[in-house]
Design a binder for this molecule. Sequence first.
Ligand code: ADP
Length: 322
Amino acid sequence: MGDIGISIPKQRNVALMIRCEHLTKTYNGVPAVDDLCLDIQAGETFGLLGPNGAGKSTTILMLIGLIEPTAGACFIDDLEVAKNPIEVKHRIGYMPEDVGFYATLTAEENLDYSAKLYGMGADKRKERIAYLLDLVGLDNVEKDVGDYSKGMRQRLGLAKALINEPKVIILDEPTANLDPQGVADYRRIIGQVADEGTTVLVSSHILSEVSRVCTSAAILSRGRLVVSGTWEELAAAATGNRENITIHVETHSPMPAFDDPAIISVDYSDHRQKAKIVARSDIRDGIADALLAEGIAVRLIEAQEPTLEDVFLSYYHEEAVL
Ligand code: ADP
């Protein structure tokens, strides 16, 4: 797997806000995060992508100091997290997948409690809470948090993560359980937070969620870094290295399973009368021959230039089966 990892060098003149140096966490000898090296610049909106079990949450828990690495280290704003837990806590805001609140308190009361834990004075708390409730669109809501919808809870979770004016905000699967309006609200708020100069780290298993809000990303698989860089760098590296091709096939009767070794993935639809095949080379002739041999009439067979999503799905498929 080491050979597959593509590391794109960053410009060194920009300050690094998040740094992982050979970060490793093992559970019973099995690596959940394996020798991860990652640089995230100050002000970047960065996506941590990977299928379930890839090691995203474990990486985040080490970055916020909730668990300690087995080997290697991670740094926030040049502070080693394991050695400076209090200083790091003051620099980061963290939103887990399920944020906990006091159900019988209002949003304002919940945020006031969090702000007090950071030692913020009364005037500062009032000002910050008013700003954040306006930012997340909860400024005129009087009811207790126990009566909130999922989307409202998520927006309040963002406000809670931002209460201490962090330099870095870390969000673990922020759009899980959200409806489309909730996702749109979340994107708008994250955009505004990023515009104000906060470094944002978002983990997700959904490519489109990350590609729409982040300027750069890393893909993890089985605890290891597969690739990292800006979207342009990732797409260029991926197409340059793989030359994947997407082939659309439509037939008049259901298709068999294809067994060409060049195939990376096949997605069937319309009762297997349509297939989207991602392959390492143009295998249209082979597919046509295989269908003909089965007596299946072809309605359409065409190749398509790889989209960004195809490129990333190919990483997923390759890494997931290794
Ligand atoms: P992701 O967030 O990408 O879904 P995780 O970081 O949660 O991945 O998990 C990575 C791997 O580590 C998984 O195989 C998971 O089962 C394992 N793992 C995570 N936490 C623990 C734990 N506390 N004990 C044992 N194994 C764990």
